[in-house]
Design a protein around this ligand. Structure first.
Ligand SMILES: Nc1nc2c(c(=O)[nH]1)N[C@H]1C(S)=C(S)[C@@H](COP(=O)(O)O)O[C@H]1N2
Ligand SMILES: [Mo]
Length: 249
């Protein structure tokens, strides 16, 4: 386990501990105290195990014949149009913020990293789902390469598009960032990701609802707090007041 992961797990335990501590303070005997600590530890383990659970994966024949595009269906800038025409040969992904080694990765470099392929169901809050196959490096590989600093608590996803005149962005905590099914996808159903689905790079964060899966990805940024990002609520939909930051499924 990486230091970051261990730290975010400990943060999770600490958050859970608040309730248990109140209980401990009110307990009468040593045995009570011991039992409470035991319960607390077990509950913490259960919750952490829950967050790390894998999303169901499907068989190739389960893939939806069409995977609808939702939200932005393209990026309306001359740079994007020329990148698209050019097969995204010059697209780069930055890994920045609270890292020892900032990275700027080409598509070729991303393709050269160890890859994960997963067939998963995408669930949009608007009430539709689709099953697709996604391939790309695990986000954890990039974060380890960039050496995320211990003060980082969140990973912010930066996107090329705007929606309703605002930059689309999203963020997750370190447990989702290091989840094995959190990947930077460059293939969908074995081919380059279509324009409407976020070409050339998009996040797949399989334990979260659809709006967390940032399309048209340009950067991932490690931050201590979300306060100074966008309007401070951790994402595009969160800022405009529609959806919750934690969208775990
Ligand atoms: N950059 C960006 N990412 C985005 C969106 C968007 O509008 N812009 N829409 C989100 C929503 S609400 C969903 S359901 C999924 C849709 O992915 P799809 O277009 O591949 O169906 O992308 C998410 N990621
Ligand atoms: Mo969505």
């Amino acid at each position: 386990m990486t230091d970051i992961k261990r730290r975010s797990l400990l943060a999770g335990i600490a958050a859970l501990g608040t309730g248990a501590c109140a209980k401990i303070a009110g307990s009468e005997t040593g045995q009570d105290l011991f039992d409470t600590a035991e319960d607390w530890h077990r509950a913490a383990q259960r919750t952490l195990a829950g967050r790390q659970r894998l999303a169901p994966e499907y068989a190739p024949e389960d893939r939806s014949p069409t995977f609808k595009g939702n939200g932005s269906l393209t990026v309306d800038t001359p740079q994007y149009r020329s990148e698209l025409a050019n097969g995204f040969a010059n697209w780069r992904l930055s890994v920045s913020g609270l890292v020892e080694v900032p990275l700027s990765l080409s598509m070729e470099q991303l393709r050269a990293l160890p890859q994960r392929t997963q067939i998963t169901r995408h669930d949009c809050v608007e009430g539709w789902s689709a099953i697709g196959e996604w391939t790309g490096p695990q986000l954890s590989t990039l974060l380890d390469q960039a050496k995320v600093q211990p003060q980082a608590n969140f990973i912010v996803f930066r996107c090329a598009d705007t929606l309703y005149g605002r930059d689309y962005y999203e963020s997750v905590d370190m447990i989702d960032a290091y989840h094995p099914q959190t990947i930077v996808a460059h293939l969908m159903n074995g081919k380059a990701i279509p324009e409407k689905n976020g070409a050339p790079l998009r996040m797949r964060i399989e334990r979260q609802l659809g709006y967390k899966h940032a399309k048209y990805l340009t950067g991932v940024e490690a931050v201590a707090s979300l306060d100074d990002i966008g309007d401070g609520k951790g994402g595009f939909w969160e800022d405009i007041g529609n959806y919750q930051w934690y969208a775990g499924i």
